[in-house]
Ligand binder design. Sequence first.
Ligand code: LLP
Length: 437
Amino acid sequence: MAEFQEIWPITTARHVDGHLVIGGVSLPALAAEHGTPLYIFDLATIDMHVQRYRDSLRSYPAETRLVYAGKAFLCVGLLRHFAAQGLWLDVVSGGELAIAYAASFPAERLVFHGNNKTEEELRFARQRGIGIVVIDHQAEVELLGQLWADAPQPLSVMVRLNPGVETDTHAYRRTGQLDSKFGLPIATGAAAQTVAAVLDQPALRLVGYHVHLGSQLFTSEPYRVAIERLADFAQAMAAQHGVVPNVISPGGGIGVPAMPDDPSVDITAAVREIVRAVAENWKRRGLPLPALALEPGRSLIAQAGVALYRVGAIKQIPGVRCYVSVDGGMADNIRPALYGARYTATLANREGEGEQIVTIVGKYCESGDVLIRDLPLPPVKPGDLLAVPSTGAYCLAMASNYNGALRPAVVAVQDGAWVLWQRRETFDDILRRDPLA
Ligand code: LLP
């Protein structure tokens, strides 16, 4: 259907009764069952993106790894799905590790990132198992060396390099430039010093190098530059210490559209460019090809997710604006307020006729709680359902209990059936941490 392209799950359709259907399941029926706000994930769309990455990685003539960046959205159901497909997982905290362990995600496929992992988090990883720890600052080398000193096997580590590459994305999402809290700058010599320190630590085994440039990137130029710097660095370390990386990762970051007129990235072409850049740069320097790990978050799951809200208060201010309030907002999707992210939406319970321009706002006590500004919609009534596409990544993951909000339920849909991935929070959940309640 022309109406539903790219930003909507691939199974999205409008039923003859006007109901929006995803994964063969009617959204009004889901709202009746689970309440709103509700987040719906379409498994067919997730699988399509996994397959796209897999197929395009096949052009790489050595081992490849698809590492899901769990910070985009994590729950046990999604992790079981990814574990069964052989994906790896990037985690950045003890909490994310706990979810991974609860999902029985194979520990050897866990990659632990973070610019300030605590000793407690690292002990947890040591105790329950971890595949790779990505070192992000020099002092981590000694700490890991101590924590793993009596381990039966050395700990596999990668060093996160800061390649000094600028990216064209929101300032909060840039990580590859020199002025960043992430990674060890190649330019200042910090990366080389850290590599030397790792090689001096018998409890650690250096397996490779990592960079992550930023998130929501729409061109491959930064990847090409970073891969070249990575290759130069690998060559310098090979000359200096005789070590060659077994694995390298140019991180994640490929952008996705949320509006019909947003730019989009052809994943197949983008991955092939990365593959070609790595193969060429390594060949040119006479280095053996490492395994190539890609670390996408958003581009695996954003399109699969749809947020469903119920319309409540409608406030028409003549000559100014029509405010349409929904029963969620910035507590489940902070992205418009934080990054100026733009979304679109459609009615999910009926088709409607005609058009008015409305502004969709949340129910929280901030004037910045605006989900969508100036959205053309058919005349809308209290009780209508509103579906917002491209909300699978970094919405729920950044959700809060602001104003005592209950975080929404999450369902996965496929072939006409739904599975509850996360139930809606309750007042008891909110009070559980308060011993005086
Ligand atoms: N690897 C590392 C080390 C990362 O820090 C990130 C994202 C990724 C991979 C995955 O990037 P992706 O493929 O999802 O772009 N909250 C922001 C996005 C922050 C991204 C943080 N790191 C947003 O809502 O736009």
